[in-house]
Ligand binder design. Structure first.
Ligand code: UDP
Ligand code: MG
Length: 321
């Protein structure tokens, strides 16, 4: 059976959802008609504790179409957690899951290609953006910086791929074994290692509503991505520390040489400067190490990543029996 589920995390997406829902139903009908996916395939909206009418809208959609299901999280837990809630729930009811944002920035028509690639034996199909024409200059630059940084930190992620992807049940089962609280799906999925493929598409601008990713959120996402996947920064600080020690040994030799040859070292400025410099490096290092310790603290508590308040999918068993 090739039962497909499209998972859509939504946070205050009232404005975008009407449009998105019509488009998704459309593509789903097309897929079912082509015989590529099972006719019991469905769409799962995850309401990530929205404060607007998102959940009501989802419930209305459900009344209009048997293909629609909702998953309501008890509070806002962020994009990555909401997506995880959707994936891990959908996994129990579907053979393959496609995740897509609610704002339809990603081209839904490539879902057909994704399913084709799945049918040809790929467990993971990454949606990759061709161009970034619709992104603001700022977003383009920050994205470029982000990927460069990831490269530098030796973290394997797929270039220009966000969270638009297909995953097989097998891949999702494997994903469910990654228990970390500090979630960064784009970093985890390539670690799964099952056969994968990519499809290209053009990213559009949001259909409606505003981006939920502020500069601060993007920065913390990059920081999260780095410190959850790489201990490279700690290595770099060790290297920096070593470099500074070597440099100060040379400086000490030079100072001693100047002293015995009678030249007086003009000391004050350099002393003060080096104290500040070393102080800065130390603070930075302690802060960074603290970040990793903080992560250990968060991970060892093993708190739940989300709480499900309502799950329409549980009705499936009743309907079938
Ligand atoms: N989202 C969510 N919880 C949040 C923030 C965002 O579920 O706390 C959802 C949002 O509704 C959207 C997706 O995550 O479907 C991506 O968010 P957005 O489009 O704002 O990000 P951008 O495309 O600007 O990076
Ligand atoms: Mg978006």
């Amino acid at each position: 059976m090739n039962k497909l589920c499209i998972v859509v995390p939504c946070y205050n997406e009232e404005q975008a959802l009407l449009y998105t829902n019509a488009e998704l139903i459309n593509i789903m009908n097309r897929l079912v008609k082509s015989g590529k996916v099972d006719k019991t395939s469905f769409i799962l909206y995850v309401d990530d504790g929205s404060k607007d009418g998102t959940w009501n809208l989802i419930c209305n959609f459900r009344k209009q179409s048997a293909m629609i299901f909702g998953l309501k999280l008890a509070r806002n837990t962020g994009h990555q957690n909401a997506l995880t809630a959707g994936l891990l729930t959908a996994m129990n009811y579907a053979d393959m899951v496609i995740s897509i944002d609610a704002d339809l920035q990603d081209d839904v028509s490539v879902m057909e290609e994704m399913v084709d690639l799945y049918l040809r034996g790929n467990d993971i199909v990454y949606g990759v953006r061709n161009r970034r024409d619709t992104d603001t200059l700022f977003k383009k630059f920050s994205a470029l910086g982000f990927y460069r940084l990831m490269q530098l930190m030796k973290i394997k992620i797929v270039y220009n791929h966000a969270d638009y992807r297909l995953m097989s049940k097998r891949a999702l089962l494997q994903f469910s074994l990654y228990k970390e609280r500090n979630l960064f799906l784009r970093g985890i999925v390539p670690l799964i290692g099952y056969p994968s493929a990519t499809v290209m598409y053009d990213r559009k601008s949001r259909v409606a509503g505003r981006s939920k990713y502020s500069l601060g959120k993007m920065f913390s996402m990059a920081f999260e991505g780095i410190t959850s996947f790489s201990i490279q920064p700690i290595q770099m600080i060790t290297d920096l520390g070593l470099g500074i020690v070597l440099f100060s040994i040379c400086a000490a030799i030079y100072a001693f040489y100047s002293y015995i040859t009678g030249k007086v070292v003009a000391g004050w400025t350099s002393t003060i400067l080096s104290i500040w410099f070393i102080g800065g490096v130390q603070l930075l290092s302690v802060g960074l190490i603290g970040t990793y310790i903080g992560k250990i603290y968060v991970e060892v508590k093993e708190r739940p990543r989300y709480a499900i308040e309502v799950n329409h999918l549980t009705e499936i068993r009743h309907e079938q029996s």
